[in-house]
Design a protein around this ligand. Structure first.
Ligand code: SF4
Length: 488
């Protein structure tokens, strides 16, 4: 049922921030859509709700397929892949985008396609447009007819209204009107295009595959198709790939980059490379910093799997306290679109995580997790660990307190629902009822990502708005709705 929205999605990872999208594109190889499907499969952690692929073939023109659910359940079917021929294709996986949470329609699923006077173009967007409401109002007033609830569709309409002749120039015109975060993969009949916003908030990399070229949100998706990592698309850069050649353009006024520091902590896969650094190694270094900043006497260091694992290894190495798999994750319990009964809903995290009782009993346990959002999962995990007979429970968190929502392409609860927005670390410890709770400091996190002197408070090197409240791009739509920024 490709055109029906998924009913009642139930998320076993509901207490995590969620990256909303992954993008992938290939040109210059036969049956490019097959490679895109594999790339999207490797990017599935960036969005599990739906996926789409657009391809172009000289004889059959543009073709598109958009489906709800996992890539592996849709884009492995030969009958579907046969409808996506050609040497050029782009794709997108999504969690959900602004304006359509919980009410997704197939028309909201990317890539979006537009037929312009000079030919068609398809576009897949990772990020969030922070002035989309104002742009949409203006575009509708000028006669644009929107097909979806997605902020990304604004880009197609802005391109349609541009007076430029060629698609890359039209896209540049459009993107100069757009505020916020965008890493975009787009295509025309002959060109594969990649763009990053001037701050480079979300990742985008360039790879080569024989004589062909690849664009991807992360390097882990290059590996799956045997592509070679060439370089990152730089903040503010547009690459246009045609006839096997890559041209680089700089359509925006230069700005100091502000890459999302949370990509290092949680969103990206640990086998990806970000900014020349292994994500795994950065997460291990966060654990080392945490052990230095927040030591405690204990018997075991256990990760909250899977994302807490590298930091727990680092904590254990630095502290000398043995590492143990005290919690085991059921790998097959992800997001599901089957409506759970109330009884199943109450089981919550127990469906996904189970305590290794034989290891935990009588032990003082340090649990290392990547973040605390609402705190609901942390409470359940503490209950499970104490039920298994742990003598003490100490939480160590591999990110600073998440006190502010993200407006740059990450699904975050409203500010009031973030525990750290209204509680100190000590109040959170009381609330979670654990023996101790410590977060890595912002400076410690910056050191772990390679900034020797920590965070430069006058000119931070990354976006860290969800920790600091300092937004590198004012979220103008949200301010119009009454959102209050942090005092300077
Ligand atoms: S607000 Fe947080 S999650 Fe969003 S881009 Fe900035 S660092 Fe990343």
């Amino acid at each position: 049922m490709p055109d029906m929205p998924p009913a009642h999605p139930f998320d076993f990872d509901s207490d995590k921030l969620k990256e909303e999208c992954g993008v992938f594109g290939v040109t210059g190889v036969a049956d490019a859509a097959n490679f895109v499907a594999l790339g999207l499969h490797a990017l599935q952690h960036r969005g599990q709700e739906a996926g789409g692929i657009v391809s172009h073939d000289a004889e059959q023109g543009f073709n598109s397929a958009r489906r709800f659910g996992y890539v592996r359940d849709n884009f492995t079917k030969q009958s579907l892949m046969d409808t996506l021929p050609g040497p050029l294709a782009i794709g997108h996986v999504r969690y959900s985008t602004a304006g359509s949470k919980g009410n997704t329609q197939i028309r909201d699923v990317q890539p979006f396609f537009g037929e312009f006077s000079m030919g068609g173009a398809a576009i897949a967007h990772n990020g969030n447009i922070t002035n989309a409401v104002a742009l949409r109002r203006e575009l509708i007033g000028a006669g644009s007819i929107f097909q979806s609830a997605s902020d990304s569709e604004c880009i197609i309409h802005l391109m349609a209204r541009s007076l430029q002749r060629k698609v890359p120039e039209r896209m540049q015109d459009a993107l100069r009107r757009v505020e916020g975060a965008f890493s975009i993969v787009a295509m025309t009949r002959t060109k594969l295009i990649g763009v990053r916003d001037p701050l480079g908030v979300r990742p985008l990399v360039l790879g080569s595959l024989g004589d062909g070229w690849v664009l991807s949100s992360e390097t882990c998706a290059l590996d799956i198709i045997g592509a070679r990592f060439e370089r990152e698309v730089e903040p503010g850069e547009m690459v246009v790939i045609e006839d096997g050649k890559v041209q680089s353009h700089r359509p925006f006024a230069p700005q100091k980059p502000r890459f999302c520091i949370f990509e290092h902590v949680y969103f990206s896969r640990p086998d990806s490379i970000l900014g020349g650094r292994s994500v795994y190694e950065t997460r291990r270094a966060i654990g080392v910093e945490l052990a230095r900043e927040a030591p405690v006497e204990a018997d075991l260091v256990c990760p909250v799997p899977d994302s807490g694992t590298p930091a727990a290894i680092g904590y254990s190495q630095e502290s000398g306290i043995p590492y143990a798999m005290g919690i085991i994750r059921n790998q097959y319990m992800g997001r599901t679109f089957i409506e759970p009964t109330e009884q199943i809903r109450n089981m919550g995290v127990r469906l996904k995580l189970n305590v290794n009782r034989a290891l935990i009993k009588g032990k003082r346990v340090i649990l290392v997790d990547d973040s605390v959002v609402r705190g609901t999962t942390s409470i359940k995990i503490r209950e499970m660990i104490l039920d298994a007979g742990a003598a003490e429970v100490h939480f160590r968190i591999a990110s600073p307190p998440t006190a502010w929502p993200c407006f740059y392409g990450v699904d975050t609860p409203e500010r009031e629902k973030l525990l750290a927005s209204h509680m100190s670390a000590e109040q959170m410890r009381d609330h979670l009822k654990v023996d101790s709770l410590r977060f890595i400091s912002l400076d410690g996190l910056y050191r772990a990502v390679g900034e020797k002197k920590g965070r430069n408070p006058k000119s931070p090197q990354y976006c860290d708005a969800c920790f600091s409240g300092q937004y590198p791009v004012a979220p103008s739509d949200m301010i119009d709705k009454g959102f209050t920024l942090a005092a300077e």
